[in-house]
Design a protein around this ligand. Structure first.
Ligand code: GAP
Length: 491
C-alpha cells in the first residue's frame, strides 16, 4: 500500500474525507468532506486568501456561477480543445486515457500526439487492455466538460465550468470598472470546477469535482513592471527548465532576479507569483525537495497559454502539477470580444486603449490538501498512533480542552473554559476516556494544542497547555488563553 492510500484509509476511518454517497454503488471521482475535513479545507482557503489576496495590493475577489452558457466555451476554446484521447477495450468495454496507458507501458512521452498516431502506437507496441488483455479500439477524442440543458424544455446547452477563470474574463469589464481597478491588478476567485475525468485516481489528486483558487493578473503588455519585485528578487525557487527536460538534466535553484534576467521566466510578474507560491507551500509543511516549477514542454502547454510554469509536488506515485501558472496573454479577452461582440478593452492612465495581458496562477484545493495530508502525516512508529502535524493556520481546531479526570467538578470548569474560547476560536471539548487516550485522539486529527483543567486549576485558575509537536507542557492563567492563541494565529 502506498502512503497516500494509507492516508486515504485514515481519512475514511476518522471521517475526514470519504466517497460521495458511499451507501450507494460507487461513482468514482467525487468526495465529501466530513467535520474535520470541512474545517481544514475552509482554513486552507482562508489562509490562501490571506496570503494571495488580503495582503496584496490591487486585487479583488468575485464569486461566479458554476454553470455557464455554451458560447463562453466556444470563445475560450474549451469546446474544441479541452479534450483527452481515449481508447476502449473491445472485450470488457473498459475505457482508458490512451496517452497515459501508452506512457505507462512504454515509458515514452506521447502527450499532444494525434488520435491516428496514438492508435498506431497502441498497435505497434501491442498494448492490450490491462484488465482482460482484450484488444483496444481506435483512439478517439473525448471532451472533459460536463454538459447540461437549461430550462424545462431544454434546448439551451450549458456546461459546468471546467475552470473558474472564465467567470473572471466574462465579467472583467464590469469588475474592473466597478471596483475602480487600475493596471496592474488582479481578480481572484475560489470555487468549484468540474471535469469528466476518464480515470479519477490517487485519492483527491484526480477527481471529477474539485475546488480551484485562481487569480487572473492583468497588466499592460507594453509595461510589465512589477512594483513588488524588489521584495522577492533575491529569493530562490527551483525550476526544471525545458532544456533540462530534453537533456535529462536536473532542476536548478535560482533567484527570481536571475531567472528573469536569463529569460528562463517570461516576466517579473510570473517570477513574483512563483516565489510567493514556493513560500506558501513550504509554510504548509511541504519540504523544498518535494517542490519544483516545471516549464511545460510546447506540446503539452494548454491551448490558451504562451508558456506554463507549473508547480509540481512530489507524491509517492510521482510528480504532479498542483498549480498551473499560465501566461494566458490576451487570448481569453480577445476571444470573448470576438464572440460576444462586446468591447472588453480598457484605457490606461495615459489614454491608450488596450487588451491587458494575463498571468494566471491556478491552484487546486484538493491536490494541495492531498499534499498537506501526505507531508504532515506521522505514522504509528514514533508515538504508537498515527497523527497529523498540520500547521496551526490550517489545523481543524487550534486546541482541545480536557478535564484531567471526569469528576470532582473538573468537567464543569473545563466546560466554562471551552465556552469562553469557542466563539472566537475553533476549539474541541473531550472528556471521555483517559487523558492519554484524549491526547492521542487530538493528535490523530492534528490539533496543535491541548488545554487541561486539573486540580490546581480549581485553586489558582491556571491550566496546562500541551504542544502537539514537542509534547511539552506549560502552565498559564485561564485569562491569558485568548491572547496565547491570538499570538499563535497572528490575529
Ligand atoms: N484555469 C487554468 C486551469 O484550470 P489546470 O492546470 O487545468 O489550469 C489548475 O488546473 C489546477 O486545478 C491544477 O494544477 C490542479 O491543482 C487542479 N485540478 C485540475 N484538474 C483536477 C482534477 N481532475 N482533480 C483535482 N484537481 C484538479
Amino acid at each position: 500500500m502506498t502512503k497516500l492510500e494509507d492516508i486515504q484509509n485514515v481519512c475514511l476511518r476518522r471521517g475526514i474525507v470519504f466517497p460521495t454517497a458511499e451507501i450507494y454503488p460507487n461513482i468514482s471521482g467525487f468526495f465529501d468532506y466530513g467535520t474535520i475535513g470541512t474545517l481544514i479545507k475552509r482554513k486552507l482557503i482562508e489562509y490562501w486568501r490571506e496570503f494571495f489576496v488580503k495582503n496584496e495590493n490591487n486585487i479583488v475577489e468575485i464569486d461566479g456561477s458554476t454553470v455557464l452558457p455554451e458560447n463562453v466555451f466556444k470563445a475560450s476554446g474549451h469546446l474544441k480543445g479541452f479534450v483527452d484521447p481515449i481508447t476502449q477495450c473491445k472485450k470488457c468495454k473498459s475505457i482508458y486515457r490512451a496517452d497515459h496507458l501508452i506512457e505507462e507501458k512504454t515509458k515514452k512521452f506521447v502527450e499532444g500526439k494525434s488520435e491516428k498516431e496514438l492508435t498506431s502506437i497502441i498497435k505497434k507496441e501491442k498494448i492490450r487492455c490491462p484488465k482482460c488483455n482484450g484488444e483496444l479500439g481506435n483512439v478517439r477524442i473525448f471532451n472533459l466538460m460536463l454538459k447540461t440543458e437549461i430550462s424545462p424544455i431544454g434546448g439551451q446547452t450549458a456546461y459546468l465550468r471546467p475552470e473558474t477563470a472564465q467567470n473572471i474574463f466574462t465579467s472583467f469589464q464590469r469588475v474592473f470598472r466597478t471596483a475602480r481597478l487600475k493596471l496592474p491588478c488582479g481578480i481572484a476567485q475560489i470555487g468549484h470546477s468540474f471535469r469528466n475525468e476518464i480515470s479519477p485516481r490517487h485519492f483527491l489528486v484526480r477527481v471529477r469535482e474539485f475546488n480551484q483558487m485562481e487569480i487572473e493578473w492583468f497588466f499592460d503588455p507594453e509595461d510589465d513592471k512589477c512594483p513588488e519585485f524588489d521584495k522577492i528578487k533575491d529569493k530562490e525557487i527551483i525550476i526544471l527548465t525545458r532544456e533540462a527536460q530534453m537533456k535529462n538534466k536536473k532542476e536548478i535553484k535560482i533567484t527570481a532576479e536571475k531567472a528573469v534576467k536569463r529569460k528562463i521566466l517570461p516576466n517579473k510578474w510570473m517570477a513574483y507569483f512563483l516565489v510567493k507560491e514556493f513560500e506558501f507551500y513550504k509554510s504548509l509543511g511541504i519540504p523544498e525537495h518535494a517542490l519544483r516549477f516545471r516549464h511545460m514542454l510546447l506540446e503539452e502547454t494548454p491551448h490558451y497559454s504562451k508558456g506554463n510554469f507549473d508547480l509540481e509536488i512530489k507524491f509517492d506515485f510521482g510528480w504532479k502539477e498542483t498549480i498551473g501558472n499560465s501566461f494566458r496573454t490576451d487570448y481569453d479577452l480577445r476571444n470573448h470580444m470576438k464572440y460576444s461582440k462586446q468591447d472588453l478593452t480598457i484605457r490606461t492612465d495615459d489614454g491608450k486603449k488596450i487588451i491587458p495581458n494575463v498571468i494566471e496562477p491556478s491552484f487546486g484545493v484538493e491536490r494541495t490538501l492531498a499534499a498537506v495530508l501526505l507531508y504532515n502525516f506521522k505514522d504509528e512508529k514514533e508515538r504508537g498512533w498515527a497523527w497529523f502535524k498540520f500547521p496551526v493556520k490550517i489545523a481543524p481546531y487550534i486546541s482541545a480542552i480536557f478535564p484531567l479526570v471526569n469528576k470532582d467538578k473538573l468537567p464543569e470548569k473545563a466546560r466554562k473554559v471551552f465556552e469562553k474560547l469557542k466563539g472566537k476560536f475553533d476549539v474541541f471539548y473531550d472528556e471521555s476516556g483517559s487523558i492519554g487516550r484524549r491526547y492521542a485522539r487530538a493528535d490523530e486529527i492534528g490539533i496543535p494544542f491541548a488545554v487541561t483543567i486539573d486540580y490546581q486549576t480549581l485553586e489558582d485558575n491556571t491550566v496546562t497547555i500541551r504542544n502537539r509537536d514537542t509534547k511539552k507542557q506549560i502552565r498559564i492563567p485561564i485569562d491569558d488563553l485568548k491572547e496565547f492563541f491570538e499570538r499563535i494565529l497572528f490575529i
